[in-house]
Ligand binder design. Structure first.
Ligand SMILES: [Zn+2]
Length: 247
């Protein structure tokens, strides 16, 4: 079973944001979410990233993929190919290599990414353990992302064992707008959005119109603490709390 879900970058209307924030968006009654309140800044980053909860989460668009209340990512031990199209310019290729080096350091061998440049430009049918980049025009953005003016999107596939285990991802970036970042690839390894108003730093806090290309040090620290925790992908937020990971 392959589950497809598309995450799009959205421009968030200020009024809408206020209303949703005012309603609280409390999801702690769902199974697996903790009702405990974390006190530490890194815990808030971890909760936003991995569960879409806490004060750093984006209540209007948490950007989470796959299973609710569970840590979603690639299975342990896998080698993930990050495939850029033939048309990729050298600077963009080098950017992806540098960002994936940061991710490899942060995940500390839980899985390993390697950057591959394809001989093709159409990379819309990835195999297992592949995340592809596709540069598309406005029609392509409309077709794949549901909006011609967005900053990018990614279609996710999951393993048959469940939608906490990522199988592959197909990302789309607008070729005509000069937007190229690792935000969609962040979703591709299972990360949710960070609310730009709460913590405006790092690519997972970027929204349309305020493109942040790279992972920040604090994002990478939050990734590192989870991937080196001894917990397994699929663990619930409550299990993170019980293990002392989000004090
Ligand atoms: Zn996003």
């Amino acid at each position: 079973m392959v589950i497809k879900r598309t995450i799009s970058s959205l421009v968030i209307n200020g009024l809408l944001f206020t209303l949703l924030y005012g309603c609280g968006g409390d999801s702690s009654d769902e199974v697996g979410f903790t009702k405990n309140v974390s006190q530490e800044r890194q815990s808030n980053h971890v909760k936003a990233f991995f569960f879409g909860t806490g004060p750093y989460a984006n209540p209007a668009n948490d950007g989470c993929i796959g299973a609710r209340a569970r840590w979603v990512s690639f299975p342990v031990g896998n080698i993930i190919e990050m495939i850029v199209p033939a048309e990729t310019i050298d600077n963009d290729y080098q950017f992806v290599v540098e960002e994936m080096d940061k991710i490899n350091t942060a995940v500390a061998g839980y899985f390993t990414t390697m950057v591959v440049q394809s001989e093709k430009n159409d990379l819309t049918s990835p195999k297992a353990n592949q995340i592809t980049f596709n540069f598309v025009d406005r029609d392509g953005m409309e077709k794949h992302c549901g909006s011609a003016g967005g900053g990018g999107c990614i279609d996710m596939g999951f393993q048959k064992e469940g939608d906490h285990l990522i199988k592959n991802g197909t990302s789309y970036y607008p070729i005509d707008r000069g937007i190229f970042d690792v935000h969609e690839i962040g979703h591709g390894i299972g990360l949710c959005h960070v609310n730009q108003r709460a913590f405006p730093e790092g690519t997972m806090a970027s929204e349309s119109g305020s493109n942040i290309p790279s992972f920040s040090d604090s994002e990478l620290a939050a990734i590192n603490v989870v991937f080196t925790s001894g917990m397994a992908v699929g663990s619930t937020e409550q299990e993170f709390w019980d293990a002392g990971l989000i004090p």
